[in-house]
Write a protein that binds this ligand. Structure first.
Ligand code: FIX
Ligand code: ZN
Length: 423
């Protein structure tokens, strides 16, 4: 056995555990299992650069707390003016201590840019000088990720034609078939299917269900997604005598089985509690997770990915994962993606699930966000993982670098690869 293998198989001393965990977290390229980023051939849909970073909906929500500008006045501004207003209010007139504002600072510093300028002139010049494709690779390298999973909408009038005309694929971007328009807003969107020749109606007659299956199957052929996904309200009920209830059981889950795809359920959104804030207008609600119990129990041949938005649902979610082997938990989603809460959720999951879950996803909407979202994750998880190994060591089981490397690879790569078949 060569010396490197010997070293990684040697029991670690107690005071070596923390630094070894940090090394292995930094050395392991993560797979980012849920983002709103787009591959270069879909760049027209994507967001990157300083103006997009600063007008991220998390910061828009914070702007209206730190400035007198009304949402109406704000939406009337150009993107550049919006970014200037947010930079002034959240980064100049106040210290950027919130997780989202601190994130922008972390991105600027990682790219070698000043972090306390009075305006965005320097940053705009930097991003204007970037070659987009090279910039993507560089940002992924800095973030320590090998690939991301996109969010693709076959009913989006701007996106669908790009796929239908054969969008060039990219090995670092995996597609996902997102179903929110079909499952949550059927009355507004069934006509889009009808206009493409699918015989569907508003009441989802028997014929419609078959046609929806045909639509989904055709998009699985076109897009070759790694999973299907849908975000769901806190009021989700399953089974339910509704369009969503029927389409889940009779169209979506059968097609997932046919194409051997997991279904990702993102549960717990209270949509548009303040529509004036647009994308920033959604909130969170505690969900009745017995729906998840019935889906996992009722469809044992389907695999489910699941992330739940409410902090109050996390413990029962962990318990459900102990009951259903066809359920894989992932991420600390959206309002949970704050270090103090990520810590709490991840400790609980390690204690209850060992390494059989996916700790985090970035949910990046702007390319460079992966830099701070994954820096935060590595920084938050290092002491938590080190503590687990320290307890194992103190309880009498020697811990090796190879153990730590295998587990971190499982948490941030192979759990997802095995669940989706992504190579
Ligand atoms: O449904 C989702 O995928 C959510 O992540 C988004 O809709 C949400 O707006 C978001 O950006 C969360 O971070
Ligand atoms: Zn998302």
């Amino acid at each position: 056995m060569n010396s490197v293998l010997e070293a990684s198989a040697a029991p670690l001393a107690s005071n070596q555990i923390r630094s070894t965990v940090e090394d292995e977290l930094n050395a392991t390229p993560f797979i980012d299992v849920h983002t709103h980023l787009f591959m270069p051939s879909l760049a027209s849909l994507g967001a990157w650069g300083i103006d997009d970073l600063v007008t991220y909906h998390y910061l828009e929500a914070e702007l209206f707390r730190s400035s007198d500008i009304s949402p109406e006045r704000y939406w009337s501004l150009s993107k550049r003016e919006k970014a200037d207003a947010i930079w002034r209010a959240l980064f100049v007139e106040n210290a950027p201590v919130s997780e989202a504002t601190r994130g922008v600072i972390a991105v600027l510093s990682a790219l070698g840019l000043s972090t306390n300028c009075p305006d965005l002139k320097e940053a705009r010049e930097f991003f204007a000088a970037q070659d987009y494709r090279a910039h993507i690779r560089n940002v992924f390298r800095i973030a320590g990720i090998s690939e991301v999973v996109m969010t693709n909408d076959s009913l989006d009038p701007d996106e669908a034609p790009l796929w239908e005309s054969g969008a060039e694929r990219d090995r670092q971007f995996h597609p996902v078939l997102r179903l929110d328009r079909i499952l949550n807003r059927w009355p507004q969107h069934y006509e889009a299917l009808a206009s493409k020749g699918y015989k569907v109606d508003e009441n989802v007659s028997a014929g419609s269900v078959t046609e929806v299956r045909r639509f989904l199957a055709s998009w699985c052929e076109t897009m070759r997604p790694v999973y299907m996904a849908v975000s769901l309200p806190d009021s989700l009920q399953y089974p339910e005598d509704s369009v969503r209830g029927r389409l889940f059981g009779e169209a979506v889950l059968p097609v997932c089985r046919e194409f051997n795809l997991p279904l990702s359920l993102m549960i717990g959104v209270r949509y548009q509690v303040n529509p004036a804030l647009r994308l920033a207008g959604d909130a969170v609600g505690k969900a009745d997770l017995r729906s998840l119990e019935r889906l996992c129990g009722g469809f044992p041949d389907n695999r489910f990915l699941c992330s739940v938005l409410s902090r109050e649902n996390q413990h029962e979610l962990c318990v459900y994962a102990r009951k259903f082997a066809n359920l894989m938990l992932f991420g600390c989603w959206w309002f949970l993606n704050n270090p103090s809460i990520v810590e709490e959720i991840t400790r609980e999951r390690l204690e209850m699930l060992g390494t059989t879950f996916i700790p985090q996803h970035s949910d990046a909407r702007i390319l460079e966000q992966v830099i701070y979202k994954w820096r935060n994750t590595r920084r938050t998880l290092a002491p938590i993982l080190a503590n687990s190994y320290q307890l194992l060591h103190d309880d009498g089981r020697p811990v090796t670098r190879a153990d730590i490397r295998r587990d971190i690879t499982r948490l941030f790569r192979t759990n997802f690869q095995k669940w989706t078949g992504v190579g």
